[in-house]
Design a protein around this ligand. Structure first.
Ligand SMILES: *Cc1c(COP(=O)(O)O)cnc(C)c1O
Length: 493
């Protein structure tokens, strides 16, 4: 099995190469040359496996340059202490909770295992000795990456966050993180400043030469990495089998998934699961006010020339939804020249339009709409009042758009809505949506955590407990222009 690029010019990379490079040399995204399609007999065999064994079975078709023992070791390290739960809110609302990991958000599902993949890949590579991972974060990615990369051999991780752009909770999770190979620095400015700073470092040829002399390749851990995407396919299979086990659906009949979407990684994994033979009917793509993707799915035009909105579901605030490129590759009939054209148009004009055939293909699998912030707040409140179930503002986007789907189509197919963060991680928004703003006006996020728990009777997830009592290890604040100096210094040791 080798991996090639969505843009067609780069071909023949091993899984290790693809994981270490992150992005293909032609600027496209890595995709496997073929997908293993399961027949119903194989599916029923898969359905008997626990999460770890299921993951191994799926990975073995793609990580073909890893031995079975290496795959098993990666999985064992990554998925110990990580859980996936399917909760039934009433007869027909099923929620896949992907936030029972070390940072209480779904990015753990992929960022717990990516470092393990990278570590094995490094041993196989003659191109790379050591890796320095640079990440700019608006919150969730940073803390999940820190947990995942902690103490991984031969890899250093440097996280930059905007000094005033992350929540107290997220900041605490990052600056208290132990690990000798980790560094966290605040950047004066907003998320864009931090991100541009990182991009500038990647683009600095002289600096990457200097790092190469020390044995370091620069890399990133963002969600376009194929090593982050594949692990997400696993939980769609797992969710389907759980639905069968509890009798919500008979084995072999189709279900829908509703997925809160930002960079299109999570939902693309759902489509890949369908492509591999999982009985999936519609994939409901839920976006927030930054509704570029849902607009594209309904009109055929992707237009990033608009105002960036800062919403209460910040992990979905995005104008360039990178993984959509992989879907376009499939939906254009693997027309890599066309994909390259569309992506160049996006880069230069901020806009592209897909042809009718492509859009018909997309609409055969997907349905999409968006939730405004008011929709979101109303949904958090009504779900709690009706069912006593707490959802975070990202999951709320999924709930609201699923409602819109049912109203619009009348489809009664059993549906699983994907829940991407613990409600306690976004406790102020959740508390204010349900109980009003007055109650929490004078509280900090740690006090609201306790308040929300006491008021609703739900326990605080362990990763968020006592965060305010942990020692702050990373106190540095730097100017955007000094980010490169910070990386230089951190990787000199
Ligand atoms: C990252 C994230 C999303 C968006 O997932 P994509 O794979 O980027 O579409 C949704 N919710 C939460 C809580 C996230 O952290």
């Amino acid at each position: 099995m080798t991996f090639g690029s969505t843009r067609g010019m780069s071909k023949g990379y091993s899984f290790s190469d693809a994981v270490l490079r992150g992005i293909a040399p032609d600027g496209g995204l890595f995709i496997p040359d073929e997908f293993h399609v399961y027949d119903s007999f194989e599916l029923s065999e898969l359905s008997t496996l626990d999460y770890k064994s299921l993951a191994c079975e799926i990975f073995k078709h793609y990580a073909t340059d890893f031995t079975a023992e290496e795959i098993r070791a990666c999985v064992d390290k990554a998925y110990t202490g990580l859980d996936v739960k399917l909760t039934s809110v009433n007869g027909y609302l099923n929620v896949l909770e992907l936030w029972h990991g070390p940072t209480a958000a779904f990015k753990d599902m992929a960022l717990q295992i990516l470092p393990e993949f990278m570590s094995v890949a490094l041993k196989k590579s003659n191109r790379h000795d050591k890796i320095a991972i640079l990440t700019a974060t608006s919150g969730d990615t940073g803390s999940a990456a820190l947990k995942g990369f902690k103490d991984v051999d031969n890899i250093k991780l440097m996280v930059f966050y905007p000094v005033n752009g992350v929540s107290q909770m997220q900041k605490r999770q990052m600056v208290t993180q132990e690990g000798s190979n980790l560094n966290v620095v605040a950047v004066e400015g907003n998320f864009d400043d931090a991100q541009t700073g990182v991009k500038n470092i990647f683009a600095n040829y002289e600096f990457s030469q200097k790092m190469a002399e020390r044995g370091y390749s620069l890399s990133s851990a963002n969600s376009i990495n194929i090593g982050r995407l594949l692990p997400q396919v696993v939980y769609y299979f797992y969710a389907y089998f759980l639905m069968c086990k509890k009798g919500a659906v008979t084995f072999g009949s189709k279900i829908n998934f509703a997925v809160p979407t930002g960079n299109f990684g999570n939902i693309l994994a759902c489509y890949y699961a369908k492509k591999c033979g999982l009985p999936v009917n519609r994939i409901i793509c839920a976006t927030n006010d930054n509704n570029v993707v849902s607009e594209f799915m309904t009109t055929g035009t992707y237009n990033a020339n608009r105002k960036f909105m800062e919403t209460i579901s910040p992990a979905m605030d995005i104008l360039i939804s990178s993984n959509l490129e992989r879907l376009l590759y499939d939906m254009t009939g693997e027309d890599s020249a066309l994909v390259a054209d569309l992506m160049i148009s996006l880069k230069n004009q901020g806009v592209y339009s897909a042809d009718k055939k492509t859009m018909n293909n997309i609409n055969a699998h997907f349905w999409s709409s968006y939730a405004t912030q008011e929709d979101c707040i109303r949904t958090i409140k009504s779900v709690y009042e009706r069912y006593g179930y707490l959802i975070d503002p990202h999951t709320s986007v999924g709930f609201d758009v699923y409602d819109k789907y049912v109203i619009s189509t009348g489809d009664t197919t059993k549906t699983v809505t994907v829940s991407t963060a613990s409600p306690f991680k976004f406790n102020k928004t959740v508390s204010d949506s349900i109980f009003g703003e007055n109650d929490t006006a004078s509280m900090n996020e740690f006090e609201i955590l306790e308040y929300l728990s006491a008021k609703t009777g739900n326990p605080i997830p362990w990763p968020l407990k006592d965060l305010d009592k942990k020692t702050v290890l990373h106190k540095k604040v730097c100017k955007k222009s000094d980010m490169i100096k910070e990386v230089d210094e951190f990787c000199s040791k």
